[in-house]
Design a protein around this ligand. Structure first.
Ligand code: FDA
Length: 308
C-alpha cells in the first residue's frame, strides 16, 4: 500500500511541487543523488574509483515531453562523457540512459527521436572509450526499449539494457539476451505494475530473479547483478562459480547511497562492483522510487524534516 502510494506520488505534479519546494528535503536527497552538475558527478566517480569501485552515471530526467529538453539531455550526456574521458576515468565509468528522457514519449515520432538521440550518446561513449546501458522504465515501455536496444546494437554491439525480474516476461527476455556480447543488468524492478504483467509477492520476485540469473550466468553474455539483497548476491556468486565464470566475467551493481559498506566489501574481496550514480536537478521521480523501496527511508525522511 505504502509503496504504491509513494510510487503514485512520484508521478504527481502537485506532490512534486510540494516536495521540491521544501528546502529541508535537499539533505535527504543528497544521500541518493551525487550532485547537480556533471563536474560533481565526475568528482564522485573519482572518489569511488579510488576505493576500487566502478560507476555508471545517470543524468536524472525522465518522461520528457519536449524535443528541446530531450536534446538538452543528449548534450548533458555528451558533456559528462567528455569530462570522464578528460579525467582519465572512462575505464572506470559508463553511463545509464532512460529512453523517456531522450524522447521516447514525444507525441510525434517519439521512438525514432529516442533512437537517434541514444545513437548520439553512444557515439560520444564510443569516442570516450566506454559503454552505455539502457535503464528500463514501466512495462508499457519494455517492447519499445528492447526494440531500440536491438537497433542500437547494430552499430554499437556493446550497448546493455536493464531487465526487471518482477515482470513475468523477463525470464524469456533473459534467454533472448543471453548471447555473446550482450550485457544485461538484472534488477527486481522499481515501478508499480499490475498483476497481469508482474509478480506482486516479494518471494515470487526473488524466485524469478534467481531463474533469470541462472539463464544469464549460463549464457554467453555479461551479467550485471543489480541488487542490494544479500541472499541474491550470495546466490549470484554461487551461480557464477557453477557456470565457471571468473570474477571479471560478471559484475555486481548497487545504487549510490545504499549499502556502501557492502559495496566496498565486495570490491575488497576481488569482485567487480559498479555504483549507479544519479546526478542532476530532476531528482524527484528517482528519489520517490528510493523511498518506496524501503519504508525506513520514508521514516528517516519525515524525521529529518521534523527535527530541523
Ligand atoms: P530489496 O528491495 O529486497 O532490498 C534488499 C535490501 O537492500 C534491503 O533490505 C535494504 O537493506 C537495501 N535496500 C534496498 N533498497 C533500498 C533503498 N532504497 N534504501 C535503503 N536500502 C535499500 N529498477 C527499474 O525498474 N529499472 C531500472 O532501470 C533500474 N536500474 C537499477 C540499477 C541498479 C544498479 C540497481 C542496483 C537498481 C536498479 N533498479 C532499477 C532498482 C531495482 O529495481 C530495485 O528497486 C532496487 O534495487 C531495490 O531492490 P533490491 O534488489 O536491492 O532488493
Amino acid at each position: 500500500m505504502l509503496r504504491s502510494a509513494l510510487l503514485a506520488a512520484g508521478r504527481s505534479e502537485g506532490v512534486r511541487r510540494l516536495v521540491e519546494a521544501n528546502p529541508l528535503t535537499r539533505p535527504v536527497v543528497e544521500r541518493f543523488v551525487a550532485g547537480a552538475t556533471a563536474r560533481e558527478a565526475v568528482a564522485v566517480t573519482r572518489r569511488l574509483g579510488e576505493r576500487g569501485l566502478h560507476v555508471t552515471l545517470d543524468r536524472l530526467g525522465e518522461d520528457t515531453l519536449e524535443a528541446a529538453q530531450a536534446t538538452e539531455t543528449v548534450r548533458g550526456y555528451q558533456e559528462v562523457l567528455r569530462l570522464l574521458s578528460d579525467a582519465g576515468l572512462a575505464d572506470r565509468a559508463e553511463v545509464s540512459v532512460k529512453l523517456s528522457a531522450v524522447g521516447q514519449f514525444l507525441p510525434a515520432d517519439g521512438e525514432k527521436i529516442a533512437l537517434e538521440n541514444a545513437q548520439l550518446i553512444c557515439e560520444a561513449a564510443q569516442d570516450a572509450g566506454t559503454t552505455v546501458t539502457l535503464d528500463m522504465e514501466d512495462h508499457t515501455t519494455t517492447d519499445s526499449t528492447l526494440g531500440i536496444l536491438r537497433d542500437l546494437r547494430v552499430d554499437f554491439p556493446w550497448v546493455g539494457a536493464v531487465l526487471q525480474a518482477y515482470l513475468r516476461r523477463t525470464e524469456q527476455d533473459c534467454r533472448d539476451l543471453a548471447g555473446a556480447g550482450s550485457r544485461v543488468r538484472l534488477c527486481k524492478g522499481a515501478y508499480a505494475e499490475p498483476e497481469s504483467v508482474a509478480f506482486q509477492d516479494k518471494s515470487e520476485v526473488d524466485r524469478s530473479y534467481v531463474r533469470c540469473l541462472k539463464v544469464l550466468m549460463q549464457g554467453e553474455g555479461y551479467p550485471m547483478v543489480a541488487s542490494h539483497d544479500p541472499r541474491l548476491i550470495s546466490i549470484a556468486g554461487e551461480l557464477a562459480a557453477q557456470a565457471g565464470r571468473r570474477p571479471d566475467e560478471f559484475e555486481y551493481q548497487m545504487l549510490y547511497g545504499i549499502r556502501p559498506d557492502e559495496q566496498r566489501r565486495i570490491a575488497a574481496e576481488g569482485g567487480k562492483l559498479r555504483v549507479y550514480v544519479a546526478y542532476g536537478d530532476e531528482w524527484y521521480g528517482y528519489f520517490m522510487r528510493r523511498l518506496a523501496e524501503r519504508p525506513a527511508n520514508l521514516a528517516f525522511f519525515l524525521r529529518s524534516l521534523a527535527t530541523r
